[in-house]
Design a protein. Structure first.
Length: 281
């Protein structure tokens, strides 16, 4: 049984533990690794956000900058231009909370003003010293993801002998930074950052040992959807990416994940519901 938590957000509370929560991915980018360009048009992105809620998403994660290997950093102004109109439109249209996938405090500020209730930070509060204070002051939820290196070095980190311990240590530092800024425990989610600063063997080791992170008293989010370590195992086709993702989602939930972040919400809702029932049997 997973530990039970209440994730406290400004305008809602999400119960975590019995039923896996699905975070649906909406990339408002031209170059994301899996769906780059599909939802770059504003109206298309808004329609997709509504569709993901209908498919069973419990949270919608809106991102304006691709962080895939080889991606280029964009400026604050361009990131804001991409995500804010979409968040503004969806905040009034959706019943589920919106997360903004950013590591920049100014972008997060605008997103929160537009209606976002969660900040999903791939740097675990390492890139922008102002972000932790913003999160504390606005009382939004935060996803602290593990990664190593600066923005343009995340996917060029050397291998480590004990990736699970490295992730655990990094997440503890991120949590300490959040708490030092005044972020309450009830706002914090941890994410081991599978695929970030980790080669395929390290990603598999982290996924296999998710139970280690239960030492930290916080809900666990896992994002494996369509990632390259799956392609290293299977053929690179749409079917193999979908089925490979389904396998990793099942493994993540069995390992203790409270939230899974996915592109294919309808299909992963089925996977998570079935695994949840097995675990509760």
């Amino acid at each position: 049984m997973r530990p039970q938590y209440l994730w406290t957000l400004p305008r809602t509370t999400i119960q975590l533990g019995d039923r896996t929560a699905i975070m649906g991915i909406l990339n408002v980018t031209p170059d994301s690794f899996s769906d780059g360009g599909r939802f770059f048009d504003r109206e298309t992105a808004i329609a997709q956000g509504k569709e993901l809620e209908q498919q069973g998403a419990d949270i919608l994660d809106v991102g304006g900058e691709s962080t895939r290997p080889g991606s280029d950093e964009i400026g604050e102004q361009e990131e804001t231009r991409r995500v804010i109109p979409v968040i503004e439109a969806l905040a009034h249209a959706l019943k589920i909370p919106i997360s903004v996938d950013t590591y920049r405090a100014p972008v997060a500020q605008r997103a929160i003003e537009a209606g976002a209730q969660i900040v999903n930070d791939i740097s675990g509060l390492r890139f922008d010293d102002e972000l932790s204070r913003l999160i504390a002051n606005t009382r939004v939820g935060v996803v602290l993801m593990h990664s190593r290196g600066e923005r343009d070095e995340i996917h060029r980190q050397p291998s480590v002998t004990n990736p699970v311990q490295v992730v655990l240590d990094g997440l503890q530092k991120s949590v300490e930074a959040a708490r030092a800024a005044g972020v309450p425990d009830s706002a914090i989610i941890i994410d081991p950052g599978i695929g970030f600063s980790k080669d395929a063997p390290a990603s598999l080791a982290v996924l296999k040992n998710l139970g280690t992170f239960s030492k930290m008293p916080y809900p666990l989010l896992v994002g494996t959807s369509r990632k390259s370590f799956i392609r290293a195992i299977t053929q690179d086709s749409s079917d193999s990416r979908l089925l490979g993702t389904a396998a990793t989602v099942a493994a993540a939930i069995a390992g203790g994940a409270h939230i899974v972040r996915v592109h294919d919400v309808r299909e992963m809702r089925v996977v998570s519901d079935v695994i949840d029932r097995i675990l509760l049997a």
